[in-house]
Design a protein around this ligand. Structure first.
Ligand code: SAH
Length: 271
């Protein structure tokens, strides 16, 4: 029996044409796909030979217990399967990859990572801004609004870093987190929210820290959405409140039409 293994594969923010060529190749080699619910389910079309199991873990929704997912991966790999665990964005960004790699290593199952485009990068691309514009900031901080135990990060310390804050899982707590940041940053600090970044459904908004919470609620933003805060956001090309039309949100659609053909040719060349 061939030895099994697990690949933690980054599906990017949604559009299939934001997958890496490596991801397309690995999908073509998979025996089983375990697909996270932030990943575009159409990804399965790149792995027509694989069995597909949906293992959603969306915050607040019914989800497959993490321990079950880890056991399933180990069991399938031990039977010789190449298991591809598909995660939204980059697998190494708030994707429980650390826990899963530890469980797989404990079980002696080989594990590989395929990188991808994380939501903050897709959001910045949609907004037409750099996360690290050095006229405005010293870098970017990727931060979750709540840790695994539910605790909040140290927003005061984060406000003092002089970096662009890319806030994952922040929408539910936008009122409290902006209130804390406003203790340290001016209400005029540029801020943005992007929902479904990098997909044809993308919605984006550029506003100020002082208005961010009220504006995202008024506009009805829902998960998944990422929040960006800091001077660099002021460079966003869509300075209007909902820049959807300004930047042509349909562009990913046009690109997606060619992605299957491109992926086929990549896989054919690699074979
Ligand atoms: N591994 C993912 C992040 C998983 S944590 C990545 O690298 O992007 C889940 C959070 O990521 C969501 O609550 C949201 O804040 C953000 N997110 C994921 N996909 C997104 C998308 N397409 N648009 C906006 N935010 C997204």
């Amino acid at each position: 029996m061939k030895p099994g293994k697990v690949t933690l594969l980054s599906a990017g923010p949604g559009a299939l044409d934001l997958l890496t060529l490596r991801a397309a190749r690995v999908l073509g080699e998979a025996d089983v796909l375990l697909v996270d619910d932030l990943a575009n389910p159409e990804i399965a079309t790149l792995a027509p030979q694989a069995r597909v199991i949906a293992v959603g873990k969306r915050g607040g929704c019914r989800s497959t217990p993490q321990v079950f997912i880890e056991r399933l991966m180990c069991r399938l790999a031990r039977r010789g399967a190449h298991v591809v665990r598909v995660k939204g964005g980059d697998a190494l960004m708030f994707g429980r990859a650390g826990e899963e790699m530890a469980a797989l290593r404990r079980a002696g199952v080989p594990v590989e990572i395929v990188n991808g485009v994380s939501a903050a990068f897709a959001a910045a691309a949609g907004l037409g801004m750099s996360l690290t514009h050095r006229d405005h900031c010293a870098g970017v901080t990727f931060v979750t609004a709540h840790r695994q135990d539910g605790s909040a990060p140290n927003w005061s310390a984060l406000a003092a870093t002089g970096t662009t804050l890319a806030i994952y899982m922040g929408l539910q707590r936008v009122e409290t987190l902006t209130a804390t940041l406003l203790g340290h940053l001016s209400p005029a600090t540029p801020a943005a929210a992007v929902q479904w970044a990098g997909t044809p459904q993308e919605r984006r908004m550029v506003t100020s820290l002082g208005r961010l919470a009220a504006d995202v609620r008024a506009a009805g933003f829902t998960s998944p959405a990422i929040l960006l805060v800091g001077g660099a956001v002021g460079e966003a090309a869509c300075a209007d409140r909902d820049g959807r039309d300004a930047l042509g949100a349909a562009a990913p659609d046009r690109l997606a039409s060619g992605v299957m053909a491109m992926a086929d040719s990549v896989i054919a060349q690699a074979a």
